[in-house]
Design a protein around this ligand. Structure first.
Ligand code: FAD
Length: 433
């Protein structure tokens, strides 16, 4: 049986011109989707207009469908976002004669804010004019902090229990999502908005220096939102029926408590545009397209580690049990980047766990783009097609409240399989599952 993404023979046996593939598949999508239970917008998926070469402006793009069959699922990873109501901790404190600068608690935005956050932490370290620093932790925050410190001329030793490939960071999804569960609006306050914007802009600039590098550590791709009904910006007004608030323990009680800051960087982030019916390559009547910057973990992790070691960095595999141990290190300036683990290690119980998980399908090199249908998404990257199901177990969309307060880090295939089954019909006949 031919899978939806395969370039082979069309249903009538002829080899299709690649630029026509979506059109014959669209007919299959429309036929198959009803059975799969999706309310498809048949009216909007009108006549086929084959494109030759680059589609002219306004024409339907020729997308190779993603293979979303269960036989392609090769991994399910679970991870915890380190959310702090007040936003990441970038404060400094003294432990004896050691200056400790914190850099942890980036919620669902650690990859995205890493460079900017590192610049701020290293800036604080430079205030004492050190020659060398220790960085505790080698997730995305620790590693970028170490590289930024090296670029500032410092000798750097990373002390960590795990190298980046074994950290929670490597269990994320890997897109530029700088205001995802990064703080709660009220406790973070307006000053955090300014800090966030600085981190986001510095990071954006730094990521761009990795575009086009061998292995494509950082890339841009099209990202589509598709729906049965017109797509509007998600807004969660305060629910007056919920009387509790974040105040007693920093634990958000409803979506309206989260801080949102992306509007501050509208000038650099591409905003979604509505696709006209003749531009919409999907089997649902409404679609939007934007550009998304994203990270390929394997090559990006490798690039960062290579840069760190090439600049003379040292890595010491070590686990710390008490903050006081940091004062015993030879380096008298220490940047502390242990992420969610700071809750135990630094006894910071303002860190709230926010559980999340990703499914990974075999990479599909002929289809690099992302699709979101309500709160289910697939993103085809070079390191695999990442699948997320951000609905609660009853299938409800509870927005950013999903996983809040949940520190259970075992993966659960069920929601990933459910997401694949729902998303398959958007792309083709669906495979055997
Ligand atoms: C499902 C999911 C998807 C996500 N997607 C994205 C995304 O698309 N974009 C984005 O920007 N963010 C995303 N995130 C958030 C992101 O993963 C985190 O913000 C980020 O990984 C935090 O990195 P970190 O370096 O602070 O922590 P970690 O990756 O946890 O690294 C901590 C480091 O500290 C070390 N360490 C810990 N304790 C000790 C100790 N006691 N002694 C010595 N070493 C220690 C560890 O070994 C490790 O090296 C996602 C999160 C989840 C859950």
């Amino acid at each position: 049986m031919q899978l939806p993404g395969e370039r082979g023979r069309s249903p009538n046996g002829a080899r299709p011109d690649r630029s026509l593939t979506v059109d014959w598949r669209r007919r299959e999508v429309l036929r198959g989707a009803g059975a799969a239970g999706l309310a498809l917008g048949l009216g909007a998926c009108g006549d086929a207009r084959p494109a030759v070469g680059l589609p002219p402006a306004g024409a339907r793009p020729s997308l190779v469908p993603m293979r979303l069959t269960l036989d392609q699922l090769i991994d399910v990873k679970c991870c915890i976002r380190p959310l702090r109501a007040a936003g990441p901790n970038l404060s400094a404190e003294r432990l004896g004669d050691t200056l400790v600068i914190h850099n942890y608690g980036h919620g669902g935005s650690g990859w995205s804010l890493s460079w900017g956050s590192a610049e701020i932490a290293v800036g604080k370290a430079m205030s004492t004019l050190p020659r060398e620093v220790a960085v505790i932790g080698c997730g995305i925050i620790g590693l970028t902090t170490a590289v930024v410190a090296q670029r500032a001329g410092l000798r750097v030793t990373i002390y960590a229990r795990e190298l980046i490939q074994r950290t929670r960071s490597f269990r994320a999804s890997g897109s530029f999502t700088p205001d995802s569960r990064v703080a709660l609006a009220e406790p973070a306050g307006p000053a955090f908005g300014d800090l966030w914007e600085k981190m986001a802009r510095l990071s954006w600039k730094a990521f761009r220096t990795y575009l086009g590098q061998p292995g494509n550590p950082v890339e841009f791709g099209d990202s589509y939102a598709v729906s049965e009904s017109p797509i509007t910006r998600r807004h969660w007004p305060r629910d007056p029926a919920i009387t509790g608030s974040w105040k007693p323990g920093g634990l958000p009680q409803q979506n309206s408590e989260f801080g949102h800051y992306n509007d501050r960087i509208k000038d650099i982030m591409r905003q979604p545009v509505d696709l006209a019916p003749e531009e919409n390559p999907f089997a649902l009547p409404y679609a939007q397209r934007s550009s998304q910057m994203y990270f390929n973990f394997a090559s990006y992790g490798h690039a960062l580690l290579s840069e760190f070691f090439a600049m003379g960095g040292h890595f010491i595999n070590r686990e710390f049990h008490e903050p006081a141990e940091l004062a015993g290190l030879p380096e008298k300036v220490v940047i502390h980047c242990t992420g969610y683990a700071a809750r135990d290690f630094w006894r910071d119980d303002t860190i709230i766990p926010v559980r999340g998980q990703t499914g990974w399908l075999v990479p599909q090199d002929d289809a690099h783009y992302a699709v979101r249908h309500h709160n289910l998404s697939v993103h085809s990257k070079r390191d695999g097609i990442v699948v997320m199901n951000n609905l609660d177990p009853s299938g409800q969309d509870i927005g950013e409240m999903l996983g809040v307060g949940d520190s259970m880090e075992l993966p659960d295939r069920g929601p990933i399989e459910a997401a694949l089954k729902t998303l398959q019909p958007l792309f083709g006949r669906g495979g055997r599952s």
